[in-house]
Design a protein around this ligand. Structure first.
Ligand code: ZN
Length: 142
């Protein structure tokens, strides 16, 4: 018959220590509101693959952004095209929609509508193709 040894538990923090810890946690959360776990606590890992193409279809750049829960997220992609970076792609809405729907993979694309120069009737036309991959933490049992 197996013998079990009772482990001696370490003494827990006092009530006051818990209070101080909670206040510190809240302050930390407020300061770093841009972390993945603050915005999307259900996401364990987020990967964003970006590919930028000129209006003619030639590659302008590729980027992979990976985020863990502790990482500060930045969902803005400055346009590398002819608009001179005045335009940018904001992926926050798209990524928010993917996560809200608990999708694990989603692709989308957009075109920079920024005028080529001030007053120009022609848009920049740089194309962004973006793939969002997310994995989710198992829901805590309630
Ligand atoms: Zn542009």
């Amino acid at each position: 018959m197996a013998r079990f040894f009772k482990r001696r538990h370490k003494p827990g923090p006092s009530k006051n220590e818990v209070k101080v810890q909670r206040a510190q946690d809240a302050a930390r959360r407020a300061r770093s509101a841009g972390r993945l776990q603050d915005r999307f606590p259900e996401v364990e890992h987020l990967r964003v693959l970006l590919e930028l193409l000129s209006p003619q279809g030639s590659p302008l750049g590729r980027e992979v952004r990976e985020y863990g829960p502790e990482d500060v997220v930045d969902f803005a992609v400055p346009c590398p095209g002819r608009c001179g970076s005045t335009g940018s792609f904001d992926l926050a809405t798209k990524i928010g929609a993917v996560i809200t729907a608990l999708e694990t993979s989603s692709e989308s694309s957009g075109v920079c509508q920024e005028p080529l120069y001030a007053g120009s009737p022609d848009p920049c036309g740089t194309k962004l193709v973006c793939r969002v991959e997310a994995s989710y933490a198992p829901r805590p049992v309630e």
